[in-house]
Design a protein around this ligand. Structure first.
Ligand SMILES: Cc1cc2nc3c(=O)[nH]c(=O)nc-3n(C[C@H](O)[C@H](O)[C@H](O)COP(=O)(O)O)c2cc1C
Ligand code: SF4
Ligand code: SF4
Length: 267
């Protein structure tokens, strides 16, 4: 049976998980969600994996839009692995809702605690802490792969209904506040106009004009531009100049540029 893993990632955590799943599950096919949205995936697969970061206790908007229209054969086994800084909230419940609207359901859902990359909450920690988190994450990913080899039924949806409701409220508020929002991004004097930020943006939301980046108002909040800028010139608001820039050691700039190779047409 063919297994295809669709991934979305800003700083490589989810990409690293997708790669580990591909290798651990005997050669599943990896497809970036932006390429899936552009219709660049092949024939529908019987087993579908979705790997993505948690944003505001739910899935990223781009992943939700993809689930609503991805190739989904009847009876497909759909599993999801979300990477997060430690709090996944209602993520798997929301994924399950979207699949149910399409006559399917989430067969298995897992979370992996990774390095937190969210600048408004302080951003990534120092190297030693990153190292500890990534070592624990490697063990968690290995355990998920072993479980997935049996294609289990384990949705990862929180059992506590109050927590599910509270998480959905937080996610709804996050979506309302941040959908498309990018006005707080700016490049400081260290910018040399190299264009890396525009190339890593998965949704073509950055344009270079006059040798500096300009944000176009349909941001996915992935913070790839912020973390991958080689000069650390991109700031978010006023408090990020001294923050650590992070990307997962198993992800390269070329990997992220490939993910942005087929930018989704802005809604
Ligand atoms: C916009 C945004 C919102 C986030 N919200 C959460 C959250 O609600 N809970 C959490 O544990 N981590 C949160 N994080 C941290 C990321 O989920 C985590 O660092 C993830 O592994 C990043 O994956 P990536 O490297 O594949 O982009 C958030 C990060 C971003 C950029
Ligand atoms: S990646 Fe950084 S240095 Fe390069 S153009 Fe963008 S902001 Fe400027
Ligand atoms: S502008 Fe930056 S944060 Fe927004 S989607 Fe593009 S790379 Fe991600």
């Amino acid at each position: 049976m063919a297994t295809r893993i669709y991934w979305f990632s800003g700083t490589g955590n989810s990409f690293a998980v997708a790669k580990a799943l591909r290798d651990g599950l005997g050669g599943a096919e990896l497809v970036a969600v932006v390429q899936g949205l552009a219709g660049e995936d092949g024939a529908p697969a019987e087993r579908i994996g979705l790997v993505f970061p948690v944003y505001g206790l739910g899935p990223p908007g781009i992943m939700k839009r993809f689930i609503a229209r991805m190739p989904l054969p009847a009876g497909a086994y759909v599993f999801a692995v979300a990477t997060c800084g430690g709090m996944m909230g209602a993520t798997m419940a929301i994924v399950n809702d979207l699949l149910r609207k399409r006559g399917s359901a989430l067969a298995a859902g897992f979370g992996v605690k990774m390095v937190d990359n969210y600048p408004p909450f302080g951003g990534a920690p120092g190297r030693a802490s990153q190292q500890r988190t990534l070592e624990k994450a490697d063990a968690a990913i290995a355990a998920i792969i072993e479980r997935l080899k049996t294609w289990p039924a384990v949705t990862g949806i929180p059992r506590n209904p109050l927590w599910r409701i509270a998480s959905r409220c937080v996610h709804w508020t996050f979506v309302r506040a941040f959908s498309g929002a990018d006005r707080k991004f700016h490049a400081d004097g260290k910018c040399d106009g190299c264009g890396v930020c525009a190339k890593v943006c998965p949704v073509a939301n950055i344009e270079l004009a006059g040798g500096a980046p300009h944000w176009l108002g349909h941001c996915e909040q992935c913070y790839a531009c912020f973390h991958w800028c080689p000069k650390q010139a991109i700031q978010y608001g006023r408090r990020t100049a001294r923050q650590v820039r992070y990307h997962h050691p198993a992800a390269t700039l070329a990997d992220m540029r490939r993910a942005g190779a087929s930018p989704e047409t802005p809604a």
